[in-house]
Design a protein. Structure first.
Length: 480
């Protein structure tokens, strides 16, 4: 029997004994790869399959000794695993998901597995929002860890302090990135609704994942449901997001708005950061100055992420403020978030996950602040379901203003012309706002145009939520 949308696979809680075998379809996705690591830590035997394998997740899985099959099919299930986790990359006709059902294997979604096998007995701190989830989750976990609280963590990336995207520890807290994307084709609800948060961060709410949420109202409703699930609180929310603050009317727990001093706020912030330099700020809480904090992160968006993490660590986990001031500089960031991947002949090459126009704008502003006199070249791949569409065509035109040159890669999905992002028109619109821009026809052309434009001291940033044709390796090679 093939899985169907109207026949969820998780009507009962999942129970497995230690040593059971779990197979993950789509294991190299950031969330699924992190889950694989957690399952290994919890004592399960893990295997997986994926169509594409690339760092950093492939490296993490190899280090864990997890066997990965390249390509999909029934042959990957010959060992008859006790549980098959179906990633949200799968559609009902996915050959391996179909084979699992036809073989009578137990099937579950990723968030259901997290809820039933990993969160029991823990106090979940869920980090949600359109932007900044991965950095805020990693930072929150790092602060709690540095304070000696031994948190567990599940994040959609590789947190440098842990060397992985997931860790199971013996402390009471479980810091988890709350993704609003749907759970599986047979479980059409946001992932974060399975996590039953004890405390919550909402960094922002902007329309995203248009393939799942056709309207902004539908997107907001997922967050509204999440807010109502919070058990103890508090809920930390960015005061500069009207949409996020509007959802707090449904909260039954304490709400803690936070903001940077330059933000236009929908509500008065309880936590406020007043920058004193590019990477230092004074922390103000309820009007009282709590002292100077040094941060390793760049950009005002990361200042907000830092405030959210401090709110969870201090107001929820009760870590002393002075201890947090000592712990914050220890944070080493997250892979693919303003990650410096190479410096070749004086050219700095960064890799970043930014794909929504707001994330693109904030990332470029942060790098401009870090390299104020350098030529900044931004290569952007519109690959996500939202980025590929015309939904944010006008917003992207404004997003590249901090760059000197913008190179637009081909759209990463096959969509009808009337709904597909028009990169040629976008390049013209970007140029009209003062940034040189071009729409490349191939990835090879992207590399060529980068190489033509750079010189010693310049900065290149690769912006994509996917592998971007392995440009993080190929661009440095071309420059060398």
């Amino acid at each position: 029997m093939r899985p169907r949308y109207d026949q969820p696979m998780n009507k009962t809680a999942i129970t497995l004994s230690p040593g059971s075998t779990v197979h993950l379809i789509g294991i190299c996705g950031t969330g699924m790869g992190a889950l694989a690591g957690l399952l290994v830590d919890a004592g399960y035997r893990v295997s997986g399959s994926d169509a594409g394998i690339y760092p950093p997740m492939s490296t993490q899985l190899e280090q864990r000794g997890i066997e990965i099959s390249v390509g999909y099919g029934a042959h990957n299930l010959a060992h008859r695993p006790d549980l098959v986790v179906v990633g949200n990359i799968c559609r009902p006709e996915h050959p391996e998901a179909v084979a699992a059902a036809e073989m009578g294997l137990r099937i579950a979604s990723m968030p259901a597995v997290v809820r039933d096998l990993l969160l029991k007995g823990k106090r979940p701190i869920v980090i949600a929002g359109t932007h900044g989830k991965t950095t805020t989750t990693s930072l929150t976990a790092t602060l709690l860890d540095a304070a000696g609280l031994h948190p567990s963590v599940l994040v959609g990336g590789v947190a440098a302090n842990f060397g992985t995207g997931a860790r199971l520890d013996n402390g009471p807290h479980f810091v988890i990135e709350g993704d609003e994307y749907d759970s599986a084709f047979f479980e059409k609800q946001a992932k974060f609704l399975s996590y039953e948060p004890d405390a919550l961060v909402v960094t922002s709410v902007e329309h995203d994942h248009i393939d799942i949420y056709p309207t902004f109202e539908a997107y907001q409703d997922a967050f509204a449901q999440l807010v109502r699930l919070v058990r103890s609180g508090p809920i930390a929310v960015w005061a500069g997001s009207d949409a996020a603050c509007g959802l707090m009317k449904g909260a039954a727990v304490e709400v803690v708005p936070y903001a940077a001093a330059s933000d236009h706020c929908a509500v008065p912030p309880r936590l406020l950061a007043r920058p004193t330099s590019n990477q230092a700020f004074r922390l103000i809480m309820d009007g009282a100055d709590l002292g100077l904090f040094q941060t390793p992160l760049r950009g005002v968006h990361n200042l907000r992420n830092t405030l959210a993490a401090l709110a969870m660590a201090h107001l929820y986990a009760k870590v002393d403020i002075a201890a947090l001031a000592r712990c914050l500089p220890l944070f080493r960031g997250v892979a693919r978030r303003q990650e410096l991947v190479a410096t070749v002949r004086g050219v700095h090459v960064y890799d970043d996950f930014a794909h929504h126009p707001t994330a693109v704008r904030e990332t470029l502003l942060a790098l401009r602040g870090a390299h104020p006199t350098s030529k900044l070249i931004a290569a952007f791949e519109p690959r996500s379901a939202t980025a590929c569409r015309k939904l944010h065509q006008d917003a992207y035109a404004e997003a590249f203003e901090a760059a000197d040159h913008a190179i637009l890669a081909p759209v990463g999905r096959d969509l009808p012309e009337d709904s597909r992002l028009d990169t040629t028109s976008l390049a013209a619109a970007i140029a009209n706002r003062g940034t040189e821009a071009v729409a490349a026809k191939t990835l090879e052309e992207v590399i060529e145009r980068i190489a033509e434009r750079v010189g010693p001291g310049d900065v290149v940033v690769l912006l994509s939520n996917g592998a971007f044709g392995d440009l993080r390796r190929r661009v440095p090679e071309a420059l060398s």
